[in-house]
Design a protein around this ligand. Structure first.
Ligand code: PLP
Length: 427
């Protein structure tokens, strides 16, 4: 499959049936798997043999879909998780623990910010949040001797900040740590972070990858490029014996597969954020049309963003594919074929006017979701980012009047007409 275009990978990677196999990915709805001898199963428990024994750790349907996502991102290995939150948590907790420190960009999905700033801090992991637009000299000051990774979103939710991935990869690598990129919004159709130096990619597959709002899910992908074995003291979990596997050393046994193998064998075993095979099946159906949908989302969103920008009742618009955007240059570099369907904007009159406008729409729906085939909207300050203080909202790039508009794949003229009507009414 390697030499095929990404469109072909969307449709065909992962499940490659042979003579007589089902053409469609089968749903292996089984928690458990049968072996003839205790020893044969014991080999799996020791990671001596590859295979399935319990779906909390791994399941053939889920693994097949993970392989498709690895192919789309150009990675060496991947795993699915029950949610995007679990993928973000695993991406870091696989390589850090109490006493460690992470550098993260500030403009993040609100749930990720809470995960880092509240829950993981309780676990003894420290975070420094940085402004991704700062110069590299300023960004360097965020690093400490115990820094284990840099985390960032390629296209931030909801503020629409485009990450300078090359700058962040250089920054992470000069401090000998990996760059982890949440690539949920662009998807590999519009941006492949590994090609710009990122080491690990995470996804909330709940969004565009599924695309139809049917299944919550996440994915973790390894480029295989970060050489953990060069830093055995920094990454003891990967480079030193694991007492829960009779002293096995992941980097020695699994080479480029070490990071994902450890995340499956240790984190999934112990934390159990496993995806349901049925959800993986639905995700795979979504992936089969990802390339078509991403193009349509992006075309529609550009048309909508242009309309909003020229409307006198719209206070501001942030969509990086607009030449007026602060991120237009980075967008042309990292997202040349489309900037996804998500637009942030505010209506004249502040928070109340923005909320009142949203409630007048008929086609666009108010939902706690984004990146869906149907046009949808959310007011982050009163929902996803509600728990953040005023200062944290500013850090996350969320103003009180910000509307997150997720442009769907309907006809763009119908979407614009809906917005036009709602804007025409005095608020
Ligand atoms: N990352 C981004 C960019 C998101 O937008 C979200 C959810 O909105 C997540 C991660 C968390 O994903 P999930 O809701 O699948 O747990």
């Amino acid at each position: 499959m390697k030499n095929h275009h990404i469109d072909t990978l969307c449709v065909q990677a992962g499940h490659t049936p042979q003579g007589g196999d089902p053409r469609v990915l089968p749903i292996v709805q089984s928690t458990t798997f049968k072996y003839d001898t205790c020893d044969a199963m014991g080999q799996l428990f020791d990671l001596e043999a590859a295979g399935y024994f319990y779906s909390r750790l791994a399941n053939p349907t889920c693994d097949t879909v993970a392989q498709k996502i690895a192919a789309l991102e150009g990675g060496v290995a991947a795993m699915l998780t029950a949610s995007g939150q679990a993928a973000s948590f695993f991406s870091l907790f696989n390589i850090c623990g109490a006493g460690d420190h992470i550098v993260s960009t500030g403009p993040l999905y609100g749930g990720t910010f809470n995960l880092f700033n509240v829950t993981m801090r309780k676990m003894g992991i420290a975070f420094t949040f940085v402004d991704p637009d700062n110069d590299i000299e300023v960004l360097r000051q965020a690093f400490q001797a115990n820094t284990k990774a840099v985390f960032a979103e390629s296209l931030s939710n909801p503020s629409g900040v485009v990450l300078d991935i090359e700058k962040f990869a250089a920054l992470a690598h000069e401090h000998q740590v990996p760059l982890i990129v949440d690539n949920t919004f662009p998807t590999p159709i519009h941006c492949r972070p590994f090609e710009w130096g990122a080491d690990i990619v995470v996804h909330s597959t709940t969004k565009y990858m599924d695309g139809h709002a049917t299944s919550v899910g996440g994915a973790l992908v390894d480029s295989g490029n970060f050489d953990w074995s060069r830093f055995p003291d920094k990454y003891p979990g990967l480079c030193q014996p694991d007492p829960s596997y009779h002293g096995l050393v992941y980097t020695e046994r699994f080479g480029k597969g070490a990071y994902i193998t450890k995340a499956v064998a240790q984190l999934m075993r112990d934390l159990g954020a496993s995806p349901a095979p049925m959800n993986a099946f639905l995700l795979n159906i979504g992936l089969e049309t990802l390339h078509l949908r991403m193009r349509r989302h992006s075309e529609n969103a550009l048309a909508v963003a242009k309309f909003l920008e020229n409307h006198p009742r719209v206070a501001w618009v942030n969509y990086c594919a607009l030449p007026s955007s602060k991120y237009f240059g980075l967008c042309q570099k990292y997202l040349p074929n489309g900037a996804s369907g998500v637009i942030a904007f505010g209506v004249q009159g502040g928070r109340e006017a923005s909320v009142a406008f949203m409630e007048r729409l008929t086609l666009g729906a108010i939902v706690t979701h984004v990146a869906d085939a149907r046009t949808s909207l959310l007011h982050p300050a009163s929902t996803t980012h509600r728990q953040l203080s005023e200062a944290e909202l500013i850090e996350a790039g969320v103003s009180q009047d910000l509307i997150r508009l997720s442009v769907g794949i309907e006809n763009a003229e119908d979407i614009v007409r809906d917005l036009e009507k709602a804007l025409a009414v005095d608020s």
